[in-house]
Design a protein around this ligand. Sequence first.
Ligand SMILES: [Zn+2]
Length: 672
Amino acid sequence: MTAPRTPKIPYGGDHNPEQWPEPVWDDDHRLFTRARIDTLTVGVFSWSLTQPAPGTYDFTILDRILDRAAAENRQVCLATGTAALPPWLAKRHPDVNRTDFEGRRHRYGQRHNFCPSSPAYREYATAMASRLAERYAGHPALLAWHINNEYGGACYCDLCAEAFREWLQNRYGTLDALNDAWWTTFWSHRYTDWVEIEPPNALTEHWRGPDHTAFQGITLDYFRFTTDALLGCFLAEKEVIRAHDPDTPVTTNFMGMFRPLDYHRWAPHLDFASWDSYPPLDAPPTWPALAHDLMRGLKDGAPFWLMEQTPSTTACRDVNPLRRPGELRLATFQAIAHGADAALYFQMRASRGACEKYHGAVIGHAGRDDTRVFREVAELGRELEALGDATLGARTPARTALLFDWDSWWALEISDGPSRLVKYQEVVHAYYRAAREAGADVDVVPVTVDPTGYDVVLAPVLHMIKGDLRERLEAVAARGGTVLTTFLSGRVDEHDRAFLADAPGPLAPLMGVRVDEWDARPPQVVQPVQLGELTCEARLVFEIVLPRGAEPVGTYGADFYAGTPAVTRHAYGQGEGWYVATDLDQPGVAWVVRRILARHDLLGPYADHPAVETATRVAPDGTRLLFLLNHAPEPARLTAHTTATDLLTGKRVEDGEPLTLDPLGTAVLRIQ
Ligand SMILES: [Zn+2]
């Protein structure tokens, strides 16, 4: 099953009319019509309303919300509402409350606060999902099911400890296998009974927080267990929905690059992927783009939904800047360029009280339709209506893949040594950014990918190597492709045990290098690296590389390893393996990645315009769409590389003629 079929991009977002008297609903719908808002996500936080007491269900208000939406010709993404507990549930069944990393049993409060192993939570949540599905399957407004909300967080209660032990028995079968995997002869940890195993937290294996663990194997398995435990909650709700409604697509909203959950383990169970985009302050545009591509990669390149973004500002940060005029439109078209088939906001109307009252909304506290934000939302609604179905179902024809692996992320960042300062997302983003700014479309894919269709595979900081990945990567190079990996790759197996071999372990034959030693230095220590004419800077980790078939491409410029290789290239079969032995700055990474892309003729036509992002989608009928996104606050003056029609303006551009993008402007070129 895929995302719902719609005649245009669903446009709208989270709507909480249950917070308001019904006359306000009239205002809402009047303004929605003005802004071309056709899709509402409802019921996300309505559990205490729909089930005010253990045996009492009351769908009066939800009925009215859905019936009103249908009467107004709007479609509904209906949430099961199980992410925020009603107070009576926590009081009646204290085991639904989480126990935190410090071992404190929580009492009622906040949201995302349920224990995934609590039988009471499972029972009440699935009962609610079942009732909703029974009641609203077939409702004319129903477009999609939205289970829970932004799953995340871990619990360390006794129920979770017991569930963890069961999970371990399924994974390892015997304690001998577990002791071997976790290397428990270290520090006298050999387990002789499953009940001796404790969840890894501040009371057991950890000190200085979640990343500092004495036993990486235990902590890694707890990350995996937590992923599966929350997935179990999702699956229980999905199963009861399916019993009543076999046809409506089901999703849950992810959070992009979210470390706590391995979304690749969830992906097969979603009918379509969706996610909430709140990029960090001052992130370059390639940061949300990487998250979009990661979400698109969850379902083998199928389009996803942008389930939430703010129309103007967040509230949860210490400082919450406004999106400048034009930035919302640009971010929305960027999502569509990367595969979004829906553009939804959090939220439709600003909450009057509690912690999100200052979170941006399409309609503010004064209920006006003459604010800048409302005008921008309405203008975008008009443009998306005019765009119709032109982009729906379109796929990205990428020939470059970037491997993204939660296991490597976890293993790298919970490792003692060589450096706590190497951050997985930052290194991965540097390589992604280099490829995107050179104009290459990139699929961000799991390490289980079949890489046959790719010319270039980028595998930065691939700390953990699992299964037959080595063979699949070698096959890419053997048939003429290029594989790149970096420092701190190929170090550990799936249990975080070091390979008993020279680094980069299983990747060494493909890379043609032997890493003999590695030096880690504080961030102020800069090591110059010479790459052709470019002198760039490297930091944090410096691996000392002995070529074993590879040729040096760049060399260190200082310290006792001055003159030794920092970047190498290895001819392998018809292709190449590139090894980057240190954390190069962005110009250095760009130099390397552009050389690799050029070898495969993958540099884009506007690669010399750093502020202009390009992205290609191919519609189901074969129409090729090229998105041009100008991230600069001044016009971008390009020369068209092809003849095309801009779907947003209807204007035709001729090959070789000037093509100007407005400040923060977008063009969607239908290639002739
Ligand atoms: Zn628990």
